[in-house]
Each structure stands twice: as structure tokens, then as C-alpha cells.
Ligand binder design. Structure first.
Ligand code: SF4
Length: 425
């Protein structure tokens, strides 16, 4: 369904702003004279013509660091964005759908025009922490920066220059603050380099851990979710983090519509992603996802639901057949799960029940569903890895698509968060 917004070319006589202004003034008159209120039917009809002919409408995008980069149509007047529309082009068919922005994107002008936003170079004139700054010209700011940069590199070398990690606008290609994407870093690359950094505060554990399992931290594209039959999400809540038409939530909806894919959400919270759209929500004690996965693996192995051909062909160390010769006896995954490894603990559903608070019968049912439905899109959010030893949680979850041979196929996934993530060094 298209929005009611009009094209800027359409000649109209009244702007939304003027309408509001006029409405306010008229409202004041009405109140002052105690006249009966507005003719609502007429007011509603007029509100469908919000754009004046002189508006400059430009395409832009939402730079919020959810990363979906939804298209936005900025209405500019007097060099100021005064109204933001979302995309309303296309036929609204999947593949050519309208990339409708979420409320964060649609309200982006409040960020852009916020009075606290730093619009000019400001130089500290007081002591640190005193909060005293003075506006200076761009020329002075650039001269100060370049003179100090040259001095520091000359006296101390490029190792003395560090570009601090930050985020918030990482959705913008040219504003990315990650070292690989930042314009400042690219400038420094042309000037002899600068100090790098490791990871981000959002993703460092999954980004570092997954390559130990796969050699990379990549998963299937979000648009491939429509090909799946079963979505299993661990601690992933895209309806709040990437809620728009460019984000995963739209693809999830399409998967359910087009493929009748079932969706199981494993999360301590009953999130917006789960609410009303899940087939099953499995609440779990926070931080115990790995124990749940181990118990699922125990069921898959003991009920012969693993994809043995996939494991034999592509994996090292699942069982004795592919265990490297120099590895300790029973150092393989299967032995660890069945209780034949170092710790001697069988990772049964009863064992996991005490840790996760998920009843053993529910774990068995979940395992059977995962083991018998293909393709299955198994993914995780960034929440499960944000804890001590969170790397191992990420890798544990990745074992489910490996055990079931859902890696590298349409509608499958590696167990990573949706789409592809690469480590920033
Ligand atoms: S989903 Fe929302 S926050 Fe993310 S890019 Fe789109 S409009 Fe921006």
C-alpha cells in the first residue's frame, strides 16, 4: 500500500507547516470567540496536500547504526530539512518493495536539527572539564588540526595518532567510525597510518570467535530468509534493532508468508520480534544458551538426526573419523556432548534443564524440530555473546547449523547474526 504523500511536482496551494500555523491561529480565534470547533471532515481532506511546489525533495538515507540504511526523502526548505518521508516507490511486491523506514529514521530531522548538535568548530578556552568553549572559524579549526597533526607525526611518529572508536552513525557509508570505513582513517592511511583497534563494543566476541569455527564470521543474506522453513533465533530481536523494510524483520515476515516458515524465538524477554509473530517463544535463563545447544546436540546425536555426510565431508573434529592425529583421545565434539570427554558430563536435556530452566521435554521437542526441518535459518543476536566467555556461546550456537548441515545452502545460515559481519582490525 502506498502512502498518501504527494509528489513535489504536484501544484498545491498550502503547505503542511502553513496549514498547521493557520490552524493554530484559526484555533485561537475560534477559542477567543467561543465558536463551535473545526469542520473535521473538511480539515481531514485538506491534510492530504502537505507539500508546496518550491520544496526541494532529495533522496537520502537513515544513518542510524542499525545498519539497514533505509531510504528517506528529505524535504528541504531554506537549507533545512523540515520534513522527512519514507520510501513510497515501487510496487510493494517482494523484491521491489518499499523500503519503509522505522520511526527512528522518520524522526531523523530531530537529530539533524537538534539545538544541542555541534554545528560549528568549538575551541576549548577553559580548563579541561570546565565546559568553556568558544566558536572559531573553519579555517582556524583546520589550521590548528593540521599543524598539530604534522607536529605529532614529525616528533613522535604515526604510532602516536589514534582514532578512537565510536558509533551512532555507522549506517552512513562515509561516516563510518570503524577503522576500515572512517574518512579520517582513510586520510591517515594517506599520511603514513595510525594506530588501529580491535573489534567493537557491540560485536567483538562473536567477530573474534566465529572465525575459529568457520574461518570467517559470515552468514546468509537477510533476503535469503524467505527460502527457509524454520527460523530459530537465539537472543535476536530485529523488530527493535532493525525494524524497517530494509531490515531483517521484513524478510522474516516474507518467510512466514511465502514459505510458511515456523519461527522459534529463544530469549529471556518476550521481545517485539516474538510478540504475536512467533510460533514458539522459549524463555531461557540469561547466559545459558550454550547449555541448551549442547542438550539439543545430545538429542540430535543420540536420535541419529545429525547430517553425517555433511560432517564427514566438511568438518574436522566432530568425531573420531575426522579428529586430527595429534589431538587427544576423545577430544572431539561428539565425545564432549555424550560425556566421554574430559569433563565426563553427558549434556542431556535433564542436565540442561537445571541450567537453562527450560523443561527437558521442550528441549527434546526443539531438537527434533531442528533435526527434521531443512533448510533451517539458525541465527543469534549480539546479546548472547555480551558476557564473560561469550565467545564460546557464539561458537556453541554455530554448532547447530553444522550438525544439521544447514551451512552454505539457501534458507540456511551459519548461526551468525543475520547477514555478514567482518572483524575490524
Ligand atoms: S530500520 Fe530504522 S534505524 Fe534502521 S536504518 Fe531503517 S529507519 Fe534507520
Amino acid at each position: 500500500m502506498k502512502t498518501n504523500s504527494l509528489s513535489p511536482q504536484e501544484p498545491v496551494a498550502i503547505s503542511r507547516r502553513n496549514l498547521l500555523k493557520g490552524g493554530t491561529a484559526a484555533g485561537g480565534l475560534l477559542l477567543a470567540s467561543h465558536v463551535i470547533p473545526l469542520p473535521f471532515r473538511q480539515a481531514h481532506a485538506e491534510s492530504t496536500v502537505p507539500v508546496v511546489a518550491q520544496d526541494n525533495v532529495v533522496w537520502s538515507m537513515c544513518s542510524v547504526n542499525c545498519g539497514s540504511r533505509c531510504a528517506l526523502r528529505m524535504h528541504v526548505r531554506d537549507d533545512e530539512v523540515y520534513w522527512v518521508e519514507t520510501d513510497h516507490t515501487g510496487d510493494d511486491q517482494y523484491g521491489d518493495h518499499q523500503v519503509r523506514a522505522c520511526l527512528r529514521g522518520r524522526s531523523i530531522r530531530r537529530r539533524m536539527n537538534h539545538p544541542d548538535r555541534l554545528n560549528y568548530p568549538m575551541k576549548r578556552v577553559g580548563k579541561r572539564g570546565e565546559g568553556k568553549f568558544q566558536r572559531i572559524s573553519w579555517d582556524e579549526a583546520l589550521d590548528t588540526l593540521s599543524a598539530n597533526l604534522k607536529r605529532i607525526v614529525k616528533d613522535y611518529g604515526n604510532e602516536a595518532v589514534y582514532i578512537h572508536y565510536s558509533s551512532g552513525i555507522t549506517g552512513g557509508n562515509f561516516c563510518r567510525s570503524s577503522p576500515s570505513g572512517s574518512l579520517v582513517t582513510r586520510l591517515m592511511n594517506c599520511y603514513g597510518g595510525s594506530l588501529g583497534q580491535y573489534g567493537t563494543y557491540s560485536t567483538v566476541q562473536i567477530a573474534a570467535a566465529m572465525p575459529y569455527t568457520y574461518g570467517s564470521n559470515e552468514g546468509n543474506s537477510t533476503s535469503d530468509i524467505v527460502n527457509t522453513k524454520l527460523v530459530v533465533m537465539f537472543g535476536n530481536n530485529p523488530a527493535e534493532t532493525r525494524m524497517s523494510g530494509a531490515g531483517i524483520t521484513y524478510h522474516l515476515e516474507q518467510a512466514r508468508e511465502r514459505s510458511q516458515a515456523r519461527m522459534i524465538v529463544i530469549d529471556p524477554r518476550y521481545t517485539d520480534t516474538a510478540a504475536g509473530r512467533e510460533d514458539e517463544w522459549i524463555p531461557i535463563r540469561p547466559g545459558t544458551d550454550a547449555a541448551l545447544v549442547n542438550a539439543i546436540a545430545w538429542v540430535l546425536i543420540t536420535e541419529n538426526l545429525v547430517d553425517q555426510a555433511f560432517l564427514d565431508t566438511y568438518c574436522i573434529g566432530y568425531d573420531e573419523k575426522t579428529l586430527p592425529a595429534d589431538a587427544p583421545a576423545n577430544g572431539h565434539y561428539k565425545a564432549y556432548i555424550l560425556g566421554d570427554g574430559d569433563d565426563g558430563i553427558a549434556k542431556t536435556p535433564a542436565w540442561a534443564e537445571k541450567i537453562t530452566t527450560i523443561p527437558r521435554d521442550r528441549i527434546i521437542k526443539l531438537a527434533r524440530e531442528i533435526g527434521s526441518t531443512k533448510p533451517a535459518y539458525i541465527c543469534q543476536g549480539w546479546g548472547p555473546q555480551r558476557q564473560a566467555n561469550g565467545e564460546q556461546t557464539s561458537r556453541a550456537i554455530a554448532m547447530l547449523p553444522i550438525l544439521t548441515g544447514n551451512v552454505g545452502i539457501n534458507g540456511g545460515n551459519s548461526g551468525a547474526r543475520e547477514s555478514t559481519y567482518t572483524i575490524s582490525i
